[in-house]
Design a binder for this molecule. Structure first.
Ligand code: FES
Length: 77
């Protein structure tokens, strides 16, 4: 993508880095890399090293994964 600066010259605009979400079979969805999570109560949590979100519904720390999926027999298919 290119943009024009104040002197009329075109310059390359740095593309916004994409986040990567990894879906684990029989497990959570993990956002890889730094991210900001906006929770339903209006708070924001910064996760500098990424975070896993529960898909099994059994976490006691929703919406985050607490590894309960490892013992509750969760099947993603
Ligand atoms: S997916 Fe890990 S606790 Fe639900």
């Amino acid at each position: 993508m290119s943009t024009e600066n104040t002197s009329g010259q075109e310059q390359e605009k740095q593309a916004t880095p994409m986040s990567t979400a990894k879906v684990f079979e029989n497990g959570p969805v993990r956002l890889i890399g730094p991210c900001e999570v906006q929770l339903p109560d209006g708070t924001t949590v910064i996760k500098p090293n990424g975070i896993s979100f529960c898909r099994c519904g059994a976490s006691s720390n929703m919406p985050f994964c607490d590894a309960s999926h490892k013992t509750n027999g969760f099947q993603s298919k």
